[in-house]
Design a protein around this ligand. Structure first.
Ligand SMILES: Cc1ncc(COP(=O)(O)O)c(C=O)c1O
Ligand SMILES: N[C@@H](CCCC[NH3+])C(=O)O
Length: 417
């Protein structure tokens, strides 16, 4: 993140020193850079003509202030639950600018989305299409629909976040797609608008994306042959970020590749659903070192953030860079395991890291803006961290730290006999 730098031996985000934030808001603490989010957004927008849409994937970071910021930039939104739709609305977004993905939408979610005037359902199965038809009929309306096709492309990413292979649960198999499109075309309460796909997340080269896009364009051709004309094609998200200083995806070349494939469809609106690429490198997780412990052959740095706060290392063996907040020039690094307080051996932030820290120091875990807070839990009855947004020297508290009372709200003791 270009907004992260050392000044006077302390790590700053934009112009704000991290120890100041830790003092004010406590740790663990999620901190996001407003300028970095806007710069990431602009990077996509710059190469994407304005008739095409960018639908920010809310699941990456759904804090209301961030949705509000993106809504102001003209973002559309990709959601996967009624809860995410409520977030978009609460942040000032329009239901008409929302696409609704997800493999197991409930009847209540479908009804709510139609009542709100959702932009489009990204339908993931023939059965879901029938359910949407029924709900729309009961509401005496037509539901806007795109069919999510599974293009059977290997995204070459972690198996848990690959979604575009036949073996994955997502979308309608390419072999069945034509039949489901024909069916959608005939249903009275379905307004067939588009086709979509999403092949996975944290994808680092444009080859799998362009492969999937090509397959989608040949599907559009077959549909055209049957006089089924679509008004949009949504190619999903999945653009990787640079966790380890790898070569990142060249967004410009990918977007240009897609525009080239679309040249025979001047009327077609194209959509993308980036999540991680907009917020991933714009956030850090700040944590305090509680203890340093030397065992036989290892040094453990025990910090106050755990797998419940940032689940990615435990779930995907994901690598996040960890920086000391206080610089100690001239002091050699040790090789340490940075581990959290949760009672699981899998609760760690990083293994075998070169770090020089001592008790009460702060550390910053980089690239924690996407799938950080949104995947946090209350495991071990731990409250989820506060979130702050920073721009230059301005700081906004955008979510308070939870309290113990928040955690037990709704729980009931049973009446004693
Ligand atoms: C349908 C859909 N769209 C968009 C995204 C956003 O993905 P990413 O954050 O990798 O861009 C996801 C998550 O993988 C998704 O499932
Ligand atoms: N949660 C994943 C991304 C999954 C995207 C959802 N389809 C991650 O942290 O990398």
């Amino acid at each position: 993140m270009s907004q992260l730098s050392y000044k006077a031996a302390q790590l700053h985000i934009e112009s704000v020193a991290l120890p100041e934030l830790a003092e004010r808001f406590g740790t663990p603490l999620y901190v996001y850079s407003k300028s970095q989010i806007l710069a990431n957004w602009e990077k996509f927008r710059a190469f994407w003509p304005s008739q095409h849409k960018l639908c920010y994937a809310v699941k990456a970071n759904s804090n209301l202030a961030i949705l509000q910021l993106l809504a102001k930039q003209g973002a559309w939104f990709d959601i996967v639950s009624a809860g995410e739709l409520k977030r978009v609305l609460a942040a000032g977004g329009k239901a008409g600018h929302v696409v609704f993905s997800g493999v197991a939408k409930s009847e209540a979610e479908i009804r709510f989305a139609i009542e709100q005037g959702i932009g489009c359902f990204n339908v993931e199965s023939a059965a879901e299409l029938e359910r949407i038809e029924q709900v729309a009929r009961a509401l005496k309306t037509r539901a806007p629909v795109s069919l999510r096709v599974n293009p059977d492309v290997d995204a070459k990413t972690h198996p848990y976040i690959s979604t575009g292979l036949k073996a994955n649960k997502f979308g309608i198999a390419m072999d069945d797609a034509m039949a489901v499109f024909r069916r959608a075309h005939t249903l009275n309460h379905i307004e067939l608008l588009g086709a979509d796909c999403h092949i996975g997340s944290q994808i680092m080269t444009d080859a799998p994306f362009l492969d999937a896009a090509q397959r989608m364009f040949s599907l559009l051709e077959r549909l055209r042959d049957e006089a089924i004309e679509l008004s949009h094609l949504d190619l999903g998200g999945g653009f990787g970020v640079d966790y380890q200083g790898e070569q990142t995806l060249d967004v410009q070349s990918y977007l240009e590749g897609v525009l080239e494939l679309a040249r025979d469809y001047p009327q077609l609106t194209l959509m993308l659903e980036p999540g991680r690429a907009i917020v991933g490198d714009a956030g850090i997780l700040v944590s305090k070192v509680e203890y340093v412990k030397q065992s036989d052959d290892k040094q453990f740095v025990l910090v106050d953030a755990g797998m419940n706060d940032l689940m990615r290392p435990s779930l995907y063996q994901a690598w996040h860079d960890i920086l000391p907040v206080h610089e100690r020039p001239g002091v050699a690094d040790a090789i340490v395991d940075v581990v959290g307080p949760v009672c699981e051996t899998g609760c760690f932030l990083g293994h075998a890291r070169h770090l020089n820290v001592q008790a009460d120091d702060l550390i910053a875990v980089k690239h924690a803006g996407a799938y950080g807070f949104t995947m946090a839990s209350n495991y071990n009855t731990r409250v989820r961290p506060a979130e702050v947004l920073v721009e230059d020297d301005q700081v906004w508290l955008i979510r308070e730290r939870e309290t113990f009372d928040d955690l037990i709200r709704g729980e009931r003791l049973i009446a004693e006999e």
